[in-house]
Design a protein around this ligand. Structure first.
Ligand code: FAD
Length: 317
């Protein structure tokens, strides 16, 4: 019996949530009184997971897996789980994780809980707290199957240092030829730009910015903060920004540490997608804008005056 965490990476680098998932995995392994194994695919510096409680690191390196392919990755994780006799398998509730989870759950005959925010407090019942109804509520879900698959929500558990000495091994899973039918892949981001899913900080603009020509200040602010840029739905519908930046209930979910909303009213469908963010800052001319009710900090003011001043100030640091 063991706990296996799949540590998600992109272009060879581990995502922050991978460390959070390993911290979470350690807590579950302690509850079960078992060891924690971490599976990595085509990523470097896996040994750092021993700082977060990993006791065994299983490294898969295969160029056929260099692009994310849900079926192939699910096959690999299944083989890793079987090799480790893992009863609890932990992945991220990320964009990739959402594709991976149903395949993996079927492969492993495991009960699956997504968007999990807390470790269970007992083995039986094995109940996890998870976000529900577009992150507006929590529910407690008991996973009753022998094997359990958990999708961890970003920024829910945090990083917990727990130094161990981990063994490392290379693992060569069997890859089915039918797993690979990707003919080309384009990465939906400019070189060096932070993606919304990975960002700690997101700078988001709404219709209050009047037009695409005014996004220069949004990008400049994002660059200074090392942030991703995002937008409300009408902004992408109008073609001011690409659809990949649309956030909210029908767009991408955001669980950043800091979400800065500029010229966005705060409609319920927008808030549903961003309310997992820790700190929300709102800049809006209308003091009655609904976003101020959800904000941690608010500036009632014209974005065209406030944002340049903010940029000027941040440049001093
Ligand atoms: P507006 O509502 O037009 O608000 C603009 C804001 O900018 C106003 O509050 C105004 O006071 C402020 N402003 C104006 N000038 C300035 C200035 N100079 N400086 C600062 N502030 C200024 N929306 C999403 O965003 N994401 C979704 O996923 C989404 N899904 C939806 C799903 C459904 C089924 C439906 C029906 C709607 C959905 N919507 C979604 C749309 C949503 O209801 C709102 O219409 C939308 O979020 C409004 O976008 P906005 O705040 O940019 O624009």
């Amino acid at each position: 019996m063991s706990v296996l965490v799949y540590a998600e990476s992109s272009e060879g680098k581990f995502k922050k949530i991978a460390f959070e998932a390993v911290s979470y995995g350690k807590k579950v392994a302690e509850l079960l009184g078992t060891k924690l194994s971490v599976l990595t695919i085509n990523a470097e510096n896996a040994s750092t997971f021993s700082d977060y409680g990993a006791e065994k690191i299983i490294k898969v390196n295969n160029e056929k897996l260099s692009n994310f392919n849900a079926k192939a990755y699910a096959d690999v994780i299944k083989q890793g789980a079987e090799k480790e006799s893992a009863d609890v398998i932990i992945i991220d509730s990320s964009n990739d994780g959402i594709y991976l989870a149903p395949l993996l759950a079927v492969n492993l005959e495991a009960g699956y809980a997504s968007n999990v925010v807390e470790a269970p407090s007992s083995i039986s019942p094995f109940t996890v707290k998870r976000k529900a109804f577009s992150n507006k509520a929590f529910d407690n879900t008991e996973i009753k199957t022998a094997r359990k698959l958990i999708g961890l929500a970003k920024n829910s558990f945090g990083l917990v240092e727990n130094k161990t000495s981990a063994t490392e091994e290379d693992f060569t899973p069997t890859l089915a030829e039918g797993d690979f039918n990707i003919t080309s892949t384009s990465i939906d981001k400019a070189k060096g730009k932070v993606t919304i899913a990975d960002a700690d900080i997101v700078v988001s603009g709404g219709r209050g910015l009047k037009g695409p020509e005014n996004w220069g200040m949004i990008e400049e602010l994002a660059d200074i903060l090392g942030a991703a840029t995002a937008c409300s739905k009408p902004v992408s519908d109008l073609g001011w920004r690409p659809h990949s930046e649309h956030v909210g209930q029908t767009g991408k979910p955001v669980a950043a540490n800091l979400y800065i909303a500029i010229g966005i009213s705060g409609a319920i469908q927008h808030l549903a997608g961003i309310n997992s963010s820790k700190v929300k800052v709102v800049i809006n001319t209308d003091p009655e804008a609904p976003f101020f009710k959800a904000a941690d900090y608010g500036i009632v003011g014209d974005a065209f005056e406030v944002v340049p001043k903010l940029i000027e100030k941040l440049k001093e640091f």
